[in-house]
Design a protein around this ligand. Structure first.
Ligand code: GDP
Ligand code: MN
Length: 381
């Protein structure tokens, strides 16, 4: 679950990470009221879960109530990269001397935590990583060992932060690590981490992604529910009990088994396409489950073709084929369908698909062949 900036800052504050004090506002009047209480100058910040709000005009400085009213009314309702601003965060403005970058996330392949620190913050860190990777000091942390102060000091030195920021940065990084681990986050990112004109180091922005699998340990996370940005496709899939993850490509994918579903995604990517989703319908492929899967994929407007990739093991090919045909009788597809069916009794399955699915689906011999057909039908990317 991704948090909004203001929720992230409040989460940071629980772990004693210094953040500017501020208030949430849902209306222009609330924003002006908050600004009056906080004291000018204030910064009015759009609360949307997308980066680059500053450049998009979603972050403005206000020196008095009139300016606060003007900016709040402009920013509320603004569309930032497809995200409409419904809420503002008003905080005491900062006098920035330097902007840094700090984050912790997972390095899955190394099976370690990954810490990144850079003296070049405030900007798009992906650009820094691409153009000047040497400007990002990276550490990998064995979760069993944890992170000690001596290591953090070396890290801050390696990142070449300014001397005035050294102690503050060390202290914040230790707390940020605590927040990451004990706060059960998948990602904590501060961009920018600032050194203020008066020599303080604190978090000016907050990006926090919580690990949903740890939600049972955190009753306090309930307050975030209802405010979270919900993917309608994922919501429907959840209601239907499907293992579904929405993605942004054009080929809708249905496979049985998580491994096969992931291989299917890879194969679609390999032949130049892009997956609209991950969807594992599990061992069986009965009409009910396939119909549910197709219904979810139908709601995705980006889908230009659908690829069903089934390997019959215990579930026999002819049963799978009957299930698919029955599902097609129930659900009207909004995109052309390619089916690859292999494994137990695949031949009998093909016969049923060819006879009863004629005009409604194309049969592919292999996963690669199916991926090619589906990507072609989707019109490439
Ligand atoms: P983002 O654009 O969505 O990442 O939003 P940020 O919260 O990171 O703000 C973007 C930029 O706005 C920062 O890097 C700062 O340069 C600037 N900014 C944000 N708050 C303040 C502030 O209180 N004072 C000043 N001077 N600049 C600010
Ligand atoms: Mn930022």
């Amino acid at each position: 679950m991704d948090l909004f900036e203001y929720q992230g800052k409040l989460y940071f504050a629980r772990f004693n990470i210094p953040v500017p004090s501020g208030e949430v506002a849902n209306t222009v009047d609330e924003a002006v009221g908050a600004a009056d209480r906080i004291g000018y100058p204030v910064v009015i910040k759009a609360q949307v879960q997308v980066g680059g709000r500053g450049k998009a005009g979603g972050i403005k400085l206000a020196n008095n109530a009139d300016e606060a009213r003007f900016h709040a009314s402009n920013i509320l309702g603004m569309d930032i990269k497809g995200h409409v601003v419904r809420r503002l965060w008003v905080e005491r403005a900062s006098d920035i001397a330097k902007e840094y970058y700090a984050s912790f996330t997972l390095d899955r392949s190394a099976k370690k935590y990954l810490g990144m620190l850079s003296a070049r913050g405030g900007v798009d860190i992906e650009a820094v990583a691409a153009e000047n990777p040497e400007d990002i000091a990276v550490i990998r942390i064995n979760p069993v060992d944890g992170l000690d102060e001596a290591t953090v000091k070396q890290w801050v030195t390696a990142a070449k932060l300014d001397a005035e920021a050294f102690d503050g940065a060390v202290s914040i990084l230790l707390k940020l690590y605590d927040c990451f681990v004990n706060g059960d986050a998948d990602l904590v990112e501060i961009n920018p981490l600032i050194l203020s004109q008066d020599g303080r180091v604190y978090a000016l922005d907050a990006k926090v992604s919580l690990d949903d699998s740890a939600a049972y340990k955190h009753p306090e996370w309930d307050e975030y529910r209802g405010l979270e940005v919900i993917d309608e496709r994922e919501k429907l899939a959840k209601e239907k009990g499907l293992q579904y993850i929405g993605l942004s490509g054009t080929v809708g994918i249905i496979a049985n088994g998580a491994g096969l579903a992931m291989s299917t995604l890879d194969t679609v990517t390999q032949v130049g396409g892009s997956a609209a989703n991950f969807l594992d319908i599990g061992g069986g492929a009965n009409a009910e489950v396939v119909a549910n899967a197709l219904t979810v994929i139908n709601t995705d407007h980006n889908v230009k073709s659908i690829f069903i990739n089934i390997f019959g093991g215990v579930t026999r090919g002819e049963e799978v084929a009957k299930g698919i045909i029955e599902a097609l009788n129930r659900v009207e597809l909004k995109a052309p369908l390619v089916v690859r069916l292999d494994g137990t009794n695949a031949d009998q399955g093909h016969k049923i698909l060819a006879e009863q699915g004629a005009g409604r689906l194309q049969i592919a011999k292999t996963m690669l062949d199916g991926a090619r057909k589906a990507v072609e039908l989707a019109g490439g990317n």
